[in-house]
Structures are given as C-alpha cells and as structure tokens.
Design a protein around this ligand. Structure first.
Ligand code: HEM
Length: 195
C-alpha cells in the first residue's frame, strides 16, 4: 500500500491521532503552507508516517541471492539460492513490536524506538541495495500528510473496500476517501507580506 494512502486511511480510523496531527501542524505553521524547513519540527507527523509504513509497507517482499554458502540462524543457505523475505511480516512480528497490530505512532518516540530490534523495521530495505531515496521520500511524505491533514478531513466514502490487494506492491482493493474542508482552528497567517 502506498505509504501516503496508508497514513491517510489509518489517521481517518484514529480520531485521537488525527487531532494530535492537526494540532502539531497548526502549532508549527499557524496555517501557512508547510515547508521543507518544518519537517524536523513535526515529530508526531513523522511518527504517523513511520507507523503507517510499518503496518502497510508498499514493498512487502524483497529478494536476495546468496553469493556463497552461509548460515542464517539454524538454516544452511547454499550458494546461489534465491531468498525471499518480507518486511510486512517482520514489521508485524510480536517479538519485535508490542501490540504489534495496533497503530501506535508513539512507538517511534526515541525512548521507545530504542527498544525496537535493529532491522525489525525496514520499509526501505537494507544493505547495499537499500533505497537511496529514503530520506527524500520521508520528507516528502511528512510534507504531504501535514499539508493535506491541515486543510482536509479525509474519511472513507461509500463503496470503499480497504482490504489489502497483493501485487508487486500492497494497496487497498478500493479505497475512496471523501475530503471535507477542515474548519481553520485559528485565523490562518497570510504568506503575503503586508496582508
Ligand atoms: C515511500 C517511498 C519509497 C519506498 C517505500 C521505497 C522503497 C524501496 C525499496 C524497498 C527498495 C529496495 C531495497 C532493497 O532491495 O533492499 C528501493 C530501492 C530503490 N529506491 Fe526506493 N522507495 C521509495 C522512494 C524512493 C524515491 C523517492 C527514490 C528516488 C528519489 C527512490 C529510489 C530508489 C532506487 C534508485 C532504488 C534501487 C537501489 C538499488 O538497487 O541499489 N525510492 N526503494
């Protein structure tokens, strides 16, 4: 599932997270457009994106080929074997994540995130083929989620079937989100000098 779609849908199902997200964006921007410089000042928004990528990673299965015979735990892997592994399964492993199926963005608050085992979370893959666009993608996702959420309340509309469809990537079968303009919490600050 596209990370942005996943985040929008998960937020729509968790009103408390939605309120915190909108409050955070507004406390940083006071209604002006979100900019790249805001990304580091939106930790909760970033945690929402990270948690959406944990539960609904777009890339759900990766492959590798062993160049030499090796061992992984109790398993012997002969040279030239094809190996498939799934971040979808690993990121829902109860040994790594308490309340593993719950959407809990606060698990990425640094104190709690420190308890997550290394490589239990890998929506961008790992190793020498890890996605080189990971930081760019995260910043982009934070800016889009903050921008959209501050102005629109997204709710699933009639005819939605959000069950997961498996393809090269994961995505919902038919997710139709209705966008309602959000009432400004306070008077937006104008970007135009002198206005
Ligand atoms: C949410 C957005 C994105 C996700 C979830 C994502 C995920 C991934 C994953 C899982 C891989 C394979 C990693 C592996 O095999 O270990 C990959 C590879 C790659 N990604 Fe991304 N990606 C995203 C955005 C981007 C962006 C924005 C760019 C470029 C600006 C990018 C460029 C690449 C490239 C070039 C590779 C191939 C790297 C290689 O094989 O050496 N990706 N990405």
């Amino acid at each position: 599932m596209c990370s942005q779609t996943g985040a929008n849908h998960l937020v729509s199902e968790h009103p408390e997270q939605e309120r915190r997200l909108v409050d955070e964006v507004y406390s940083v921007t006071s209604g002006r457009p979100v900019t790249f410089a805001d990304v580091n000042r939106l930790p909760h928004t970033c945690n929402v994106i990270t948690e959406a990528m944990r539960l609904r990673p777009a890339a759900w299965i990766f492959t590798r080929r062993s160049v030499a015979t090796t061992h992984l735990g109790p398993y012997r892997i002969p040279a030239h074997s094809d190996i498939a592994y799934s971040p979808y399964a690993m990121q829902r492993d109860p040994r790594s994540f308490a309340h593993h199926l719950e959407f809990d963005p606060d698990r990425w608050i640094p104190d709690r995130a420190a308890a997550v085992p290394k490589l239990a979370m890998m929506p961008f893959g790992t190793g020498n083929r890890q996605c080189p666009g990971d930081h760019f993608a995260l910043a982009e996702l934070v800016i889009i989620l903050a921008t959209v959420s501050a102005q629109w309340r997204l709710q699933p509309g009639p005819g939605t079937d959000s069950t997961t469809k498996i393809g090269i990537t994961l995505h919902p079968k038919r997710l139709l989100m209705r966008a309602e303009p959000r009432q400004p919490l306070k008077t937006p600050v104008s970007n135009t000098p002198g206005h």
